[in-house]
Write a protein that binds this ligand. Structure first.
Ligand code: ZN
Length: 493
């Protein structure tokens, strides 16, 4: 059995809180405790840091080798247990640079509390070191099963703000070999950003007119692990937008995920390229846990329900979601009035899709009811169905803007991170910054780093296409009736 991968993530604001405590003006090393929420993916576990529990008077020693008292550890462990969280022990190496290997002394100190913490909280102890010279985080997870106390190293520590800053464990995720086919890419932003970007695990949700092109360009850029999640197959009606699909693909109804794999493999420039092919729906629990294995998500779906699932994960699981879409406006005569492209990165500190006006909870409820698959409902309601309009020439603008946001997030030219929500209007060719802010009542911003304590939006059913079995429809119907009742109840109040 391959061991589960392990990673740590935190917001930039949390990183700053910890850094203020750990990096001292007197140059001595320091130490503190915090709590984490587990986020359980299909193959990866992530510890999401939250709630710094700084030491009270007398709970830690700074001079000499910094150390914590058992009283401090027990206080935080009890607090974590009551909240269903785990405990993190952090210390600094003020003179350190790069990923820090664990010294015997540090290992003994952390190991001595691993058993106690796991017994009290039911969650393994996580140890973290901050290297002061270049601000590199390193992490490991302890296991105190039986009498043996041992640890496994994390593969990365991710810090999410306007930029996604990743400390990589080079031993587990080696720096990619530079390739002659990437010379021009590397000349744009340099070797280090390329190495950091290429190691990200990037997921594209929806292999349609936008997602397919995004995935191909990620592979061509040298990203080593690109994945696509899509349960649909190619049809003749898709071919004016799905430029990588052939007539034969449409005739044989080849899964879009297979077309994406073929196109990405032929475009890839990484020395070792890995393609993740997921013929799944993100609204299933299996689809959702697959999403949690990735570092960055491109949301290239129009349907409200999958977008609602991704919108939540951006906050609860600290995985930035680069979302985009296009709205085409026509006159009554059927002629084009305008097209508007909206793109934005969903993450803590930026408005969620609901606050940004990009996701309507009532539409999510209709999608959960399966109404968008029901032609009689569509006819009766006169409601526009998400995703029915798109044009290959214009979806390229959505892709271009989403990829440019990705570059801002991970390369951050001139140290600018991602710019916030954008809107492009085709009639005037004007690009604007959208001035939306997070609503004080935003439920997702309150669930930052809650991981597995997220609101259950995905359903436990077969992962086949949703317009499949009767059982799926029954569960969808039941959930949706509940959601509609809830919406009616809240709107009456
Ligand atoms: Zn919101």
């Amino acid at each position: 059995m391959t061991p589960r991968r392990f990673s740590v993530a935190m917001t930039k604001a949390f990183d700053e809180t910890l850094t203020r405590h750990l990096i001292r003006s007197d140059g001595q090393e320091d130490l503190c405790l915090a709590m984490y929420a587990p986020s359980t993916g299909a193959e990866r576990d992530t510890a999401l840091l939250r709630d710094a529990c700084l030491p009270l008077e007398g709970e830690r020693k700074v001079h000499g080798n910094a150390s914590v008292t058992g009283r401090y550890v027990l206080r935080v462990a009890r607090q974590a247990r009551n909240l269903g969280l785990g405990v993190v022990i952090l210390h600094s190496h003020p003179g350190g640079r790069g990923w820090q290997e664990l010294s015997d002394l540090d290992a003994d100190a952390e190991a001595s509390y691993a058993q106690l913490v796991e017994q009290v909280t039911g969650q393994p102890l996580v140890g973290i070191t901050l290297a002061g010279k270049d601000h590199t985080w390193s992490a490991r997870r302890w296991s105190a099963a039986g009498s043996a106390v041992d640890h496994v190293d994390a593969e990365s520590v991710r810090v999410l703000g306007a930029r996604l800053e990743v400390s990589w464990n080079d031993r587990l995720v080696p720096v990619p070999a530079p390739m002659p086919s990437q010379l021009r890419t590397v000349s744009a932003w340099g070797e280090r950003p390329q190495a950091d970007m290429a190691r990200l695990r990037v997921l594209v949700v929806g292999a349609g007119s936008v997602g397919m092109d995004v995935a191909i360009r990620l592979a061509a850029t040298g990203i080593e692990k690109v994945a696509v999640i899509d349960f649909d197959v190619v049809k003749e009606v898709n071919r004016d937008r799905l430029v990588a699909a052939t007539r034969r693909d449409a005739r044989l109804r080849v899964p879009k995920a297979d077309v994406a794999e073929r196109a990405c493999r032929s475009a890839a420039t990484a020395a070792s390229f890995e393609f993740g092919r997921h013929q799944l729906d993100v609204t299933s629990t299996r689809g959702q846990s697959t999403v949690l294995d990735y570092d960055v998500i491109f949301s290239c779906v129009d349907r409200p329900w999958p977008r609602a699932v991704l919108n939540q994960i951006a906050y609860t699981d600290l995985i930035p979601v680069i979302d985009g879409g296009i709205g085409i406006d026509t006159f009554e005569t059927g002629q084009m009035r305008n097209a508007t492209v909206r793109t934005h990165i969903v993450r803590p500190g930026r408005p969620c899709l609901q606050c940004n006006g990009q996701l309507d909870p009532a539409q999510v409820a209709r999608d959960r009811l399966g109404l968008f698959d029901d032609p009689t409902y569509i006819e009766r309601s006169g409601q526009p169905v998400p995703g029915k309009q798109n044009v290959a020439m214009l979806s390229a603008s959505v892709m271009a803007s989403q990829l440019a946001l990705f570059v801002s997030l991970v390369v951050a030219p001139s140290k600018f991170g991602e710019p916030g929500p954008l809107r492009f209007s085709l009639t005037t060719h004007r690009l604007e910054h959208v001035q939306t802010t997070t609503s004080p009542a935003c439920v997702y911003e309150k669930l930052v780093a809650h991981g597995d304590q997220r609101i259950p939006l995905a359903q436990t059913v077969a992962d086949a296409p949703t317009n499949g079995s009767i059982a799926v429809r029954a569960v969808v119907g039941l959930v949706a009736r509940y959601v509609v009742a809830l919406i009616r109840w809240t709107s009456r109040r």
